[in-house]
Design a binder for this molecule. Structure first.
Ligand code: TYD
Length: 129
């Protein structure tokens, strides 16, 4: 789901503010960003049991492939005022990064390797019950 953020713009430029339980629909426990990507290299290839995230491409562009075990969707992120909400139990792949891409990620949980599902067949078994 795409969330369109409120842009505070004036003659000086633009400003976007993101707050938990408001533009970001969860408590923000962690922020990280991905940059310096090689265009031909994809990342991600996992889902999470519990984690929710909002992805914002604050500079440049990239594509995100989402898969809930039934449907897949490809989302192009290329606007700093758009956030992509990824709920739990969604397989994601990130690719086609422009050289200048900076992908900001707001996360609902601290980093926890035990929350990762890195095996696609295991993911399918989990979502299909
Ligand atoms: P990785 O999960 O491989 O990134 P991606 O999902 O983009 O493919 O993470 C790369 C490395 O960074 C890995 O060693 C784990 C570490 N890492 C943290 O320490 N904290 C974090 O919040 C994240 C997302 C990754």
């Amino acid at each position: 789901m795409i969330i369109e953020f409120c842009v505070h713009g004036d003659q000086r430029g633009k400003l976007i503010s993101l707050e938990e339980y408001s533009s970001i629909p969860f408590r923000i426990k962690r922020v990280y960003y991905i940059y310096g990507n090689k265009q031909s290299i994809a990342r991600g290839f996992h889902a999470h049991y519990k984690l929710k995230q909002v992805l914002v491409c604050v500079n440049g562009s990239c594509k995100i492939k989402l898969d809930n075990g039934i449907n897949t969707e490809i989302v192009s992120l290329e606007r700093p005022d758009y956030g992509l909400l990824i709920n739990e139990l969604v397989w994601r792949e990130m690719y086609d990064f422009s050289e200048d891409a900076v992908l900001l990620v707001l996360a609902s949980e601290l980093y926890d390797e035990n929350d990762y599902i890195r095996d696609y067949d295991k993911f399918l078994k989990i979502v299909k019950g």
